[in-house]
Design a protein. Structure first.
Length: 296
């Protein structure tokens, strides 16, 4: 097994920020500094340096980073071979975790019956931290990804629709965004993919969430649905997570005529991360369903 301090080094290379590394790993910043100094002293080389107040990785540091990444991959393969098992650690945003993941996990488990698979559901901010900390192999995220240090690939494009109770005056109406200004709007919690997507889409219209006079933030999709059913407000939600209710006509859609709301769903991984056969199978399954929502 590799010394745990090398994990700290990997995260520092990917974030290029001591404070962020400490936050991701739940260490103090002095502890992160000591980990890097320990490795540098042990190897007799400088791994990082500051240039114009910016943290940069030395050629020796980049060489070590690539080798450690390869070693960690080799260790996982050795463990899998000796124990005759494979493992996959997946992170998923809340919409994907509830409405997309089940079928893919079933397909994966059927193909790899002796595999160990774990799923962690969190919002976008939490998932990106787990990726950087190497606590998950990949993340499925429904929302914009600003972190350019990570590799990402689109696997689905979902519509964001405005929903309301069937008894709401705007149910099934065609209106403009400005007609919602005085409505009570229920948003997902800040840091979630759909909240980030809404902020980005509104920003493109020179607006912000503050455009809506009455806002509530709720971190649970099913609770939002219940609030909508009881006419407690309206909400913006991914179409794939409300398809069943729309088909059953238990909720209604408000059709916005002046704004196109949609968001890409991403597979997110660390840059240059080796992909083993089991992970490749999972990713290929994901791409095979690229154009079709999992649950309708």
């Amino acid at each position: 097994m590799l010394d745990y301090r090398y994990d700290t080094f990997l995260v520092l290379v990917e974030t290029k920020n001591y404070t962020k590394t400490a936050q991701i790993l739940n260490f103090t910043q002095p502890a992160v500094t000591k980990h890097i100094q320990y490795i540098e002293k042990e190897l007799g080389v400088s791994l990082v340096k500051y240039q114009d107040k910016t943290l940069t990785i030395t050629p020796e540091g980049l060489y070590l980073y690539k080798k450690i990444k390869n070693l960690k991959s080799e260790i996982l393969q050795i463990n899998s071979h000796l124990t005759n098992t494979v493992s996959l650690r997946i992170g998923a945003s809340k919409t994907i975790g509830e409405y997309w993941i089940p079928q893919y996990i079933t397909e994966y488990s059927n193909h790899y019956p002796k595999s160990s698979i774990s799923l962690m559901v969190d919002n976008t901010k939490g998932l990106l931290e787990l990726i950087h900390a190497h606590k998950i192999d990949l993340a499925l995220i429904s929302g914009p990804i600003e972190d350019k240090s990570l590799a990402k690939e689109i696997f689905f494009k979902d519509n964001i629709i405005c929903i309301c109770s069937n008894s709401h005056p705007l149910a099934n109406q065609e209106i403009s965004l400005k007609d919602l200004e005085n409505e009570t709007v229920i948003f997902r919690e800040k840091g979630s993919g759909i909240s980030d997507a809404m902020m980005q889409l509104l920003d493109n219209q020179n607006l912000s969430l503050d455009y809506f006079s009455h806002k509530q933030y709720v971190g649970n999709i099913n609770l939002i649905k219940q609030m909508i059913l009881h006419n407690r407000g309206i909400s913006f939600i991914y179409e794939s997570s409300i398809n069943l209710e729309l088909m059953n006509q238990s909720v209604s859609q408000i059709h916005l005529t002046d704004i196109d709301l949609h968001q890409d769903f991403y597979v997110v991984m660390n840059q240059n991360q080796p992909i083993n056969a089991s992970t490749r199978f999972f990713l290929d399954s994901l791409k095979a369903h690229k154009k079709t929502p999992l649950i309708v």
